[in-house]
Ligand binder design. Structure first.
Ligand SMILES: [Zn+2]
Length: 275
C-alpha cells in the first residue's frame, strides 16, 4: 500500500488505538524487513518497552514517535498494511512483524510482497533521513498554489499521466489516482503537460485536491492491489474510472476504455469526455 490517501486513512485510523500504548513484546519473522538493523534481536531490543506518543506521516512513510527520543519508521510494502489484533492472535501467513502492548492488543505488519521496511532511529536522527522528505508535493499536507503547480507542469512538458505518477512531482498517486484525477479534470493522460490552457491547469489542480480529499473522506480503496482484475470495482465509491473498463462513464455514459500506457501500466479513461 503505497498510495498516499490509503496511508493517510490508515494513519488516522490507527492513531486513536496505538497512541499511549507501551510495546511489550516484538516478533520479527524475516530479517529482511528490518535490514537496516544488524539483526533481528537488535531491532526487537530497540523497540521493546517504548511507549508510542504520536503517529505521524512523512510522504508515504509512517513515523511512530516513541518515548526516550526514539522513533519507529514504517514503509509499507506494495501490498502491505498494518492490522490491529488481539494479543493472543497467532501470526497470519503474511505477517512479518508483530508487536503486543502491555495493556492489551497487538499490531501486525502484513507484507505479502515482502518489500516493506521497519527500523528504529533516534527522533533527532530522523532529520538526516533524506528518504523521509518527499521530493514531490505531499498534496494532503503541503500548501501548493495553482500557479506553482502549473509552472512545474510547464517545466516538465511530458504526458500528463506520467507526470502525475512521478513521485518527484506529487507523492503517492499511482495508477489509480492519476486516472481518477485526469477523469475529474476531463483531460487525456496523453496531453503534454506544458500545453494546457490556464483553465485546464486549474481543472487539473482542482482535480488533485478533490479526488484525494474525497478518497481520504471515504476511507480510501479497500483493496490496494489487483482491483483492475475485478469486473466491477465495488469498493471506494469515489472511483469513477479505474478498473471500470466497459462500464458507462458517470459523466457522459460512453463506455470507459482501457489502454496500455507507455510504461506498460493500464490506463482507464473516457475517450469521449477526457480530451
Ligand atoms: Zn465520459
Amino acid at each position: 500500500m503505497t498510495l498516499l490517501p490509503e496511508i493517510e486513512v490508515l494513519r488516522k485510523d490507527l492513531e486513536k488505538d496505538v497512541v499511549n500504548k507501551r510495546i511489550k513484546d516484538v516478533t520479527v519473522r524475516s530479517a529482511t524487513i528490518v535490514s537496516r538493523h544488524r539483526n533481528r534481536p537488535e531491532f526487537v531490543k530497540a523497540l521493546t518497552g517504548h511507549k508510542i506518543q504520536a503517529l505521524g506521516r512523512r510522504g508515504t512513510y509512517l513515523v511512530f514517535d516513541l518515548d526516550d527520543d526514539a522513533a519507529l519508521v514504517v514503509r509499507l510494502g506494495s501490498q502491505g498494511t498494518l492490522s490491529r489484533e488481539t494479543a493472543s492472535q497467532s501470526l497470519g501467513r503474511h505477517t512479518q512483524v508483530a508487536a503486543t502492548f502491555t495493556n492489551g492488543g497487538a499490531l501486525h505488519v502484513v507484507d505479502p510482497a515482502k518489500d516493506g521496511e521497519l527500523f528504529v532511529v533516534s527522533r533527532t536522527g530522523l532529520a538526516d533521513l533524506t528518504e523521509l522528505t518527499p521530493a514531490g508535493i505531499d498534496p494532503l499536507t503541503d500548501t501548493f498554489t495553482w500557479p506553482s503547480f502549473s509552472q512545474e507542469l510547464r517545466r516538465r512538458n511530458a504526458p500528463l499521466r506520467g507526470v502525475l505518477k512521478d513521485e518527484t512531482f506529487i507523492v503517492g498517486l499511482g495508477d489509480v489516482y492519476a486516472d481518477e484525477i485526469l477523469w475529474a479534470a476531463g483531460l487525456s493522460g496523453k496531453r503534454l503537460s506544458a500545453e494546457l490552457s490556464s483553465q485546464e491547469f486549474r481543472r487539473l489542480y482542482r482535480g488533485v485536491q478533490e479526488v484525494l480529499q474525497e478518497a481520504v473522506k471515504q476511507g480510501g480503496t479497500d483493496e490496494p492491489v489487483d482491483y483492475a482484475d475485478d469486473d466491477e470495482y465495488e469498493s471506494g465509491g469515489f472511483i469513477k474510472v479505474y478498473g471500470k473498463e466497459g462500464l458507462a462513464c458517470p459523466r457522459c455514459r460512453q463506455p470507459i476504455r482501457k489502454d496500455a500506457d507507455d510504461d506498460g501500466s493500464d490506463a482507464f479513461f473516457c475517450g469521449n469526455c477526457q480530451t
